[in-house]
Design a protein around this ligand. Structure first.
Ligand code: GLY
Ligand code: MN
Ligand code: MN
Length: 437
């Protein structure tokens, strides 16, 4: 481990200790038990889907696959980690990473599954419990009096996670570095006329991860699949024509996520598609420059719509002004999703739709898919991901109207599906730092 990351992690843990002490005191709680969660088996089966540790647990230890374990946080005391590590010849026992946080914790290796709804670690009288467990109701359990999932406390912990420490930003940067190796391999596979499945496998190999460890299901869409926003399949065979490839794929590093999208024009695409891809790269770079403390993300999202209108006009997809394109709902039909979201231990990280006091800050009515309505502040990490798609379901209602869309050109571009370009960025004191190489 680099000494920088080593020291940054120690600072991160110390900062968490201080922040939790303040939050717990403010909530009138003297200790907090955080459950890691555990995988739930499929109905009537003994197999479980891939699992991800609870975010507030990961915040301390950065391990995305710990199950059946507890963390107990008390101000002025060392964190207590009750780690499920059974004596088991079926599985490899849990191993702690060679990272400095381990020496800052008291680690108790437990052979019983602490994750059942019956057993919790020892707790003080005035405790709170958070995590994916049923409330503890048995009266002879000391924990039965503990506050269970206290809403105000949870909102305060979410708010804390919205602001990343320098260690967390370094982890997201490293996740980006690893993911970019995957994106380069995906592009090379596309040039080699690979299928979606083979592009996915090339991505996983180059980014050094197994599929169950990705922070979200990679979106690998060839041709019209690039216009399916959360396309969820990997076709086994390469299509006859290669118009486009959209890859939205990430990587974790110590729990922290990268979320990167690239789109490529293929040899069979009309020239205008390649020009639009370039224009969307430029739009993403323009929008990145708008990232700064004090900027409201909704305003930046609106800027994306306006500039998307300009692109539609400049490439003869729409006859009119950018303002009109926005007003007539044309830009929404070409881009139905939000400009971006908070990024951290979860790909769509917490507190994006809350005010700083925890009260709801929902997406505006005109932009219901926006996942972040906050005013940007130093320490936030967000994605910037403008898109431009040819989705028949959204465009069809405009066909029989007077809205001046160039339908022959739209029809020519339909087989290309769409374009999304996505980078990850940290808000700094004076502006932004791009985390995507
Ligand atoms: N990969 C999901 C998203 O970009 O939000
Ligand atoms: Mn993405
Ligand atoms: Mn994203």
């Amino acid at each position: 481990m680099s000494t920088t990351l080593f020291n940054l992690q120690l600072d991160h843990v110390a900062q968490l200790q201080r922040a939790y002490a303040t939050i717990l005191a403010d909530q009138g709680v003297d200790s907090l038990a955080i459950y890691s969660g555990h995988a739930r088996e499929h109905f009537a089966d003994d197999q479980a889907p891939p699992f991800q540790t609870y975010g507030h647990f990961m915040h301390w230890v950065g391990l995305a696959d710990v199950q059946h374990s507890w963390l107990v946080i008390q101000p002025e005391k060392r964190p207590q980690l009750y780690l499920y590590a059974p004596t088991d010849f079926w599985h490899l026992p849990t191993q702690l990473p060679d990272e400095p946080w381990v020496a800052e914790f008291d680690v108790h290796l437990c052979s019983d599954k602490l994750g059942s709804d019956k057993i919790t670690p020892p707790l003080s009288a005035n405790a709170a419990i958070i995590g994916d467990i049923e409330p503890l109701t048995t009266s002879n359990q000391p924990t039965s009096k503990a506050a269970f999932q206290p809403e105000r406390l949870l909102r305060a912990l979410d708010e804390l996670r919205l602001f990343k420490t320098p260690y967390e930003i370094a982890c997201i940067r490293e996740a980006n570095r690893l993911a970019i190796a995957g994106h380069q391999a995906a592009q090379a596979a596309f040039i080699g006329a690979a299928s979606e499945l083979d592009i996915q496998l090339a991505y996983l190999t180059a980014s050094r991860q197994r599929e169950s460890h990705v922070p979200y299901q990679n979106i690998i869409g060839l041709n019209e699949h690039a216009g399916v926003l959360h396309y969820q399949h990997y076709a086994l065979n390469a299509p006859k024509h290669r118009y486009s490839l959209l890859v939205d794929a990430g990587r974790r590093f110590r729990g922290y996520c990268a979320d990167i999208t690239r789109t490529y024009a293929g040899p069979d695409a009309p020239a205008v598609f390649g020009e639009l891809v370039n224009a969307m790269h430029e739009l993403k770079d323009e929008l990145l420059k708008g990232v700064a403390p004090g900027v409201n993300f909704v305003t930046l999202h609106e800027q994306m719509h306006y500039q998307l209108g300009e692109i539609l006009v400049a490439h003869a997809l729409y006859k009119g002004t950018a303002e009109q394109a926005v007003e007539d709902g044309v830009t929404t039909a070409f881009c139905p999703h939000g400009l971006g979201h908070s990024l951290g231990l979860q790909v769509h990280d917490v507190a994006g739709l809350r005010h700083s006091d925890g009260t709801p800050a929902p997406a505006p009515e005109q932009h219901p898919a926006l996942r972040l309505t906050r005013t940007l502040r130093p320490g936030m990490v967000v994605t910037v991901e403008p898109g431009l798609y040819f989705i028949n379901m959204l465009l069809a209602p405009l066909r029989d109207t007077s809205v001046a869309i160039n339908w022959p050109l739209v029809d020519q571009l339909m087989p290309c599906g769409g374009i999304r370009i996505e980078d990850n960025v940290a808000v700094t004191e004076s502006g932004y730092k791009k985390l995507t190489p």
